[in-house]
Design a protein around this ligand. Structure first.
Ligand code: UGA
Length: 429
């Protein structure tokens, strides 16, 4: 018999969690505050690009284990487990803004079943479990931290094949009950106190961001000393203590999590009397990387991009998602637009005519070749597989100047050079 679960918030995390828990046999009611979203989800229409999610939502609805309602209070009445999956955006001072979480806790408090567990899946500062408990105003309800480790684009498979499930609870019995929701899944379950679980989430994201900034800094060194970062990473990665994951150099890290969470951890540390200089440097190195890529593009057009047309392939913060939040590509493009470049971009997940203020000033092309026609330089900024398959002979026919900045080290540099392209990657000799 499945458990009764409520999910508050149907963003990437909430919808994936709800659909996957219903797939595992639980009865799931998901709540959102946007009526149209609730209606379209009830029809099985998934508003985000996430591999496998449409199928799981359709399965849950048709088997009667997944439904959507408007308003958090309407989801929780029967639930033994209530997951808070709400945004925790970066506030003005870098700290996470808990207002959505607190408002939801205040709202659901009176409607919860006695003995229910309220579970924080959102990334929240250490100590938030206590804050949520206060807002719930219920002595008979437990607050548990259960951070998520889902990557956008592979969230469903990450959920169903976790490296670990982390549960932070003061009461071991409650922790066991929450763990039972996941018992069908592989991977280790780690039970801790709430503060440690909350910290594990920040530490994990900050460490992954550190790896990427490290490799991007090493790529800069490689360029200076004539080494090839791809070989360097292969050589490092064969050391089992290091491994090769999250050591792929690129245009810098972005997305809805790493930037927000790394700033929040700096702030948490500082508020508690520790200056996290290492993490500050990781963030600064990332900003530097955006600038380095923009400079590479400028270099190919003689140092000044004013009036030059830059073709860009890739707008999303990485491939296999349609998410533009804190995209390194947009950061780099904005640096170019600020100094007068004309930017024409193609992304398989962004339709021409898309209305989104983040795309202001960018011409959106319908395909790869429309983006490059007449361009003075091409910049590859996300790693969509279709860019690897591109016909560069065809690109060469209409591009004004045969030069490519490959910020994902995606393309075959030798083949491009054979076609007469100038090529610059990240950290390549
Ligand atoms: C990240 C974490 O990987 C998840 O474990 C976590 O659950 C999630 O944040 C979250 O906190 O919700 P996500 O933001 O979806 O997931 O994206 P990642 O795949 O981690 O990529 C983040 C950024 O790093 C992207 O801009 C990506 O292109 C870049 N990256 C990643 C690199 O430049 N090199 C790499 O080797 C890996």
């Amino acid at each position: 018999m499945g458990s009764n679960v409520a999910i508050i918030g149907t963003g990437y995390v909430g919808l994936t969690t709800g659909a996957c828990l219903s797939h595992l046999g639980h009865n799931v009611v998901c709540a959102d505050v946007i009526a149209e979203k609730v209606e379209s989800l009830s029809r099985g229409e998934v508003p985000i690009l996430e591999a496998g999610l449409d199928e799981l939502v359709a399965e849950g609805i048709s088997e009667g284990r997944l439904s959507f309602v408007l308003g958090a209070q309407n989801a929780v009445g029967e639930a033994d487990f209530v997951f808070l999956c709400l945004p925790t955006p970066q506030g003005a001072d870098g700290a996470a803004d808990l207002s959505f979480i607190k408002a939801a806790a205040t709202q659901i408090g009176p409607y919860l079943r006695p003995g229910a567990a309220v579970i924080n899946k959102s990334t929240v500062p250490v100590g938030s479990a206590g804050e949520v408990a206060k807002k719930l105003g219920r002595d008979d309800v437990h607050v548990v931290s259960n951070p998520e480790f889902l990557r956008e684009g592979t969230a469903v498979s990450d959920f169903l094949n976790p490296d670990r499930v982390v549960i932070g609870a003061d009461d071991p019995e409650v922790a066991k009950r929450v763990a039972s929701l996941y018992e069908a899944l592989p991977g280790e379950t780690l039970i801790t106190d709430p503060a440690s679980a909350e910290t594990i989430k920040y530490a994990s994201n900050a460490f992954l961001a550190t790896k990427i900034s490290f490799v991007n800094a090493m790529a800069a060194v490689c360029e200076e000393v004539g080494a090839d970062v791809v070989d360097v990473v292969r050589g490092m990665g064969l050391d089992q203590r290091i491994g090769d994951k999250f050591l792929v150099p690129g245009p810098g890290w972005g997305g809805s999590c790493f930037p927000k969470d790394s700033h929040a951890l700096v702030r948490i540390a500082e508020n508690n009397g520790y200056q996290f200089g290492l993490l500050r440097s990781v963030i600064a190195t990332n900003e530097e990387q955006f600038g380095r890529v923009a400079n590479k593009i400028a270099r190919f057009v003689g140092g000044n991009v004013e009036g030059k047309t830059v073709a860009v392939w890739g707008l999303t913060f990485k491939a296999h998602t349609d998410d533009l939040r804190d995209s390194p590509s947009l950061n780099i493009i904005n640096r170019l637009l600020e100094v007068g470049a004309i930017v024409r971009a193609y992304d398989p997940a962004v339709e021409p005519g898309t209305s989104d203020s983040r795309l202001d000033g960018i011409e959106i092309a319908a395909d790869l070749y429309e983006a490059t026609a007449g361009a003075d330089v091409l910049a590859v900024l996300t790693e969509w597989p279709e860019f690897i398959e591109a016909d560069f002979a065809k690109v060469g026919e209409s591009i004004a100047s045969r030069s490519v900045v490959d910020a994902r080290n995606l393309l075959d540099a030798t083949a491009l050079k054979d076609l007469g392209f100038e090529y610059d990657g990240i950290g390549r000799s």
